[in-house]
Design a protein around this ligand. Structure first.
Ligand code: C5P
Length: 210
């Protein structure tokens, strides 16, 4: 059987991370949340006392990244890390430094599930199944707001929405590997879906593609 590479792309809080990790569990495949790589680079720049506007510092942080140290989940999933990630993700040198690692992950014998912004377009253009997961900005802001508040990061919904809209604009508008639906990706709009419904829909898309 050929290897099953599944590319899951889409904007922040669309549900793509949960869908991707559940697909990986369902098919028994390794899973990589590529956003964590960019988040770790962003935090690496900040903790080194560097400036997120400094492309060379970000590129150095990307080259120094040790993927086995992506376990500081709380720091990596904070809103600040997401913001820092989306700033360093615009530098072509940062993306180039993270390319081999991601492509090697996708080349594992059984296949792999990767989620991000450019998996179907740049990292794994030959993926067997490609999903582009989306939802309205308001619903995504509401979901992220609930998540962060549940763990004690008290942030206003309006600030969350502004954050989401700014991040969408930056990710879709950049020159290097912008967030865009691959021509052969299937669009999955989760606005009206709970996670069970979204996972079912995603599984059907993968079944139809493989
Ligand atoms: O998916 P997540 O919110 O963790 O990603 C954080 C940021 O990292 C995104 O806003 C995006 O700028 C960047 N990113 C990217 N390419 C990926 C994954 C994430 O540019 N494949």
């Amino acid at each position: 059987t050929r290897s099953l590479v599944i590319a899951v792309d889409g904007p922040a809080a669309s549900g793509k991370g949960t869908i991707a990790s559940r697909l990986a569990a369902h098919y028994g495949l390794p899973f990589l949340d590529t956003g964590l790589l960019y988040r770790a680079v962003g935090l690496g720049v900040i903790s080194g006392g560097g400036d997120l506007g400094d492309a060379a510092a970000a590129e150095a942080a990307a080259r120094a990244l040790a993927p086995d140290r992506l376990s500081d989940a709380d720091a990596l999933t904070s809103g600040d890390a997401g913001e820092a990630a989306s700033r360093v993700a615009g530098y072509p040198g940062v993306r180039a430094a993270l390319l081999d690692l991601q492509q090697a992950f996708a080349r594992q014998p059984a296949g792999a599930v990767l989620d991000g912004r450019d998996i179907g377009t740049v990292i794994a253009p030959d993926a067997v199944a490609k999903l582009f997961v989306t939802a309205t900005p308001e619903v995504r802001a509401r979901r992220r707001w609930r998540q962060l508040n549940e763990r004690g990061d008290l942030i206003a919904y309006e600030a969350m929405l502004a954050d989401i809209l700014r991040r969408d604009e930056r990710d879709a508008g950049r020159g290097a590997a912008p967030m865009v639906q691959a021509p052969d990706a299937v669009l999955l709009d989760t606005t009206e879906m709970d996670i069970e419904a979204a996972f079912d829909a995603a599984r059907r898309i993968v079944e139809a593609a493989r």
